[in-house]
Design a protein around this ligand. Structure first.
Ligand code: NAD
Ligand code: GLY
Length: 377
């Protein structure tokens, strides 16, 4: 089977992202190649649902390469991305007597990846991590780039660390069991990444979505290529700004990956994280950011239409017409306080040309109008 490989340069080491079909069977070989002979144990972190589908294959593959495998399952859902889940993982690692030459394998979506990644960053001041992402969102975004962490009661991702993986193994076959909504959420994140990268990647993404809506079959060699292009783009941005430098405002800053996120966070906050998958909220967030970009005279109407049509192909988004505009504005204000008093919006000058704009340059009336227009459709 063909494999796509991307080599990426992180601060402390290089790592490879391997993308293809049937790769779960090769996690053992890839891990052994990356970790060397001295590595004896692997802590496999997942959740019950994902482990029951794919755990035995990975376990066998690792054991065949001489690793002793110890598994730990965390609960499912964003609520489990917490300090107490992290404490459970760390305790398990000490019981499994994991050493610094050993590794953690994260098998799952962004929740498993972020928690297991954070554990690997802090256990014994850092042990190797192999990411095996199983959602579309995790395959194109969260498994690449080294952001790890958990949520606090006060907000999402408030504690964490940058810790790059030793390898990322993306088996696209795992997407066949992913629920429809999770695919929609993942596609929204693909559109997000396409919109701030290049016209070419955006077009590659929308072409794939168009084919998918007309033919319906998810897996194809083009999907591998598309995921590889997304990973290559993300890796390039991360290589240039690994720690998301707060001072940067240019179009290659890591901040551009937050396109659609200002409104997405507000939507998630006012609905108590109950209504939207993160990617779905980003879908609405991009529509509002696009509307703002047009109203500020940055973005042509035809570009906004292209963005809207592409987001529509991702799938249907949960109803949002009942949400209170004032509450959303308050949530944006609250986020602003947390970010040194300034919201930095990622807007578009064109598809493929992001612009970072200060919240103070966007009038509240314009913002309200843009929110209303999008949510009340
Ligand atoms: P998730 O991890 O909650 O997974 C979504 C659901 O799909 C879960 O119920 C999970 O059990 C299930 N699932 C996963 N793989 C499956 C499969 N192959 N078949 C069937 N079911 C499967 O959600 P997600 O969207 O993958 O990740 C969201 C998280 O990622 C958020 O916490 C977000 O903050 C984080 N994130 C992190 C980064 C980063 O750079 N670290 C980037 C983006 C998002
Ligand atoms: N998902 C945004 C980032 O990794 O920076």
């Amino acid at each position: 089977l063909p494999r796509l490989e991307i080599r990426t340069q992180a601060l402390f080491h290089e790592y490879e992202i391997t993308i293809g079909r049937g790769l779960l069977f090769e996690v053992g070989r890839i891990s052994r190649d990356r970790l060397g002979k001295s590595s004896r144990r692997v802590a496999l972190v997942s959740n019950q649902k994902i482990f029951s589908l794919y755990g035995p294959t990975i376990r066998q593959s690792l054991e065949a390469r001489g690793f002793s495998v110890f598994s730990w399952l965390i609960g499912d859902g964003e609520g489990k991305k917490s300090l107490s889940t992290l404490a459970g993982v760390l305790q398990f690692l000490t019981k499994a007597e994991l050493e610094r030459s050993d590794a953690i394998v994260a098998l799952g979506g962004g929740v498993v990846g972020d928690v297991a990644g954070f554990a690997s960053a802090v256990y014994m001041r850092g042990v190797p991590l192999i990411q095996v992402p199983t959602t579309l969102l995790a395959q194109i975004d969260s498994s690449v780039g080294g952001k790890t962490g958990v949520n606090l009661a006060a907000g999402k991702n408030l504690v964490g660390s940058f810790h790059q993986p030793h390898a990322v193994v993306i088996d696209i076959d795992t997407l066949t069991t992913l629920p429809e909504r999770e695919l929609t959420a993942g596609w929204c994140e693909c559109v997000k990444q396409g919109a701030v990268s290049t016209r070419k990647l955006f077009t590659e993404t929308s072409d794939y979505l168009r084919r998918l809506t007309s033919q319906g079959s998810l897996l194809s060699p083009q999907l591998e290529q598309l995921i590889a292009s997304h990973c290559a783009f993300k890796a390039a941005i991360v290589t240039g700004d690994e720690r998301e430098s707060p001072a940067r405002r240019d179009s290659r800053s890591r901040k551009i990956l937050n396109f659609g996120h200002t409104i997405a966070h507000a939507l998630e906050t006012v609905t108590g994280y109950q209504r939207f998958r993160h990617g779905e909220a980003v879908g609405y967030g991009m529509l509002v950011a696009g509307e703002l970009s047009k109203n500020l005279g940055l973005l042509e109407g035809s570009e906004l239409e292209l963005l809207q049509q592409t987001i529509a192909m991702c799938g249907s988004l949960p109803f949002a017409g009942d949400l209170d505009e004032n509450e959303l504005m308050r949530a944006i204000e609250h986020d602003k306080k947390r970010n040194a008093g300034q919201t930095q919006w990622v807007l578009l000058a064109r598809i493929g040309r992001p612009r970072i704009v200060n919240g103070s340059d966007i009038g509240p009336r314009l913002l309200r109008r843009s929110i209303r227009k999008v949510l009340q459709k």
